[in-house]
Design a protein around this ligand. Structure first.
Ligand code: NAD
Length: 273
């Protein structure tokens, strides 16, 4: 896609799922990619090993395509980590042109049982983490007096309520105005900010249903196009929004959801005939 080759890109949560596919796609398009991974003391050893294994796999694929890339550690819940990640990326790649705010988590609980810790964790990673990464990226774009692009990986739950996932739905709702407010504030300085809103996508986040035919059929039964999306489909739209092909798009969230945000229950008219 036009305008991606030789750009310097940072992808948060780049070690698995959608973030990994985005990092690989940018690499294939000739961008230099900083792949963020989390190394938090709260993580179990097994999770840790899987993250590194995924990063290695991701890095190898990018290398094969000939793009330069680095691995950068940061827990996006931690401001100091984010600052260090940005400094490392700028130093190692020679600058930053594109930030992909992809890192995200969710946790399930009846809302009346949701603890402050559970609530804060999701909001801190998903909403505050995206804000802090965007702030650091914008500071760099402004200091260098150069254009930049930010993509916020939102969700259909930016629009669709998600019972038992209150903080997740709230964090994705917040992303809408993170995207819109930053887009308006910095449009005059050549910075574009957009969102991508995936529907149900086959990634580790959805381990609970992707390998269970019954649960998967239940999920996919809600989707007008009749199937879950792939990480690669999310990556294609993300890279498009960062490219020169999308130079006139800012402040928008593009839902990539097989029609999930089209009120699927209204497929057949039910109230007017
Ligand atoms: P995933 O679990 O595979 O990826 C999430 C990534 O975020 C992982 O690489 C993880 O290590 C990273 N991460 C989590 N907490 C972090 C932290 N504190 N610091 C740094 N990195 C951290 O799931 P995914 O489906 O690829 O999710 C990617 C994004 O897409 C998320 O923002 C998610 O909300 C969004 N999304 C996913 C779906 C879906 O159906 N899979 C749907 C809508 C939106």
């Amino acid at each position: 896609m036009n305008g991606i080759r030789d750009k310097n890109v940072l992808v948060t949560g780049g070690s698995s799922g959608i973030g990994q596919a985005i990092a690989v796609r940018f690499g294939l398009e000739g961008a230099n990619v900083a792949i963020n991974y989390r190394k938090g003391e709260e993580e179990a050893e097994a999770t840790h090993a899987q993250i590194y294994a995924a990063i290695e796999e991701c890095g190898r694929q990018i290398e094969t395509a000939g793009a330069r890339h680095i691995l950068v550690q940061a827990d996006v819940a931690k401001e100091d980590d984010i600052r260090t990640m940005m400094e490392t990326t700028v130093r190692e790649l020679g600058g930053l042109d594109i930030l992909i705010n992809n890192a995200g988590i969710q946790s399930a609980a009846d809302s009346h049982e949701l603890t402050v810790e559970q609530y804060d964790r999701v909001m801190t990673v998903n909403a505050r983490g995206a804000f802090l990464c965007a702030r650091e990226a914008i500071r760099h774009f402004l200091a260098e007096r150069k254009p930049g692009v930010i993509i916020n990986m939102s969700s259909v739950h930016q629009l669709i309520p998600k019972p038992r996932f209150l903080s997740y739905a709230m964090s994705k709702g917040a992303m809408q105005n993170l995207t819109r407010s930053l887009a308006l504030e910095y449009a005059g300085r050549g910075i574009r900010v957009n969102g991508v809103g995936p529907g149900a996508t086959v990634t580790p986040m959805n381990q609970a249903w992707i390998d269970d035919p019954e649960k998967r059929a239940q999920v996919e039964g809600h989707i007008p196009l009749g199937r879950a999306g792939t990480a690669e489909e999310m990556a294609a739209v993300t890279v498009f929004l960062c490219s020169d092909e999308a130079a006139y798009i800012t402040g928008q969230t593009l839902f990539v959801d097989g029609g999930l945000t089209l009120f699927p229950d209204f497929r057949s008219a039910w109230s007017s005939e």
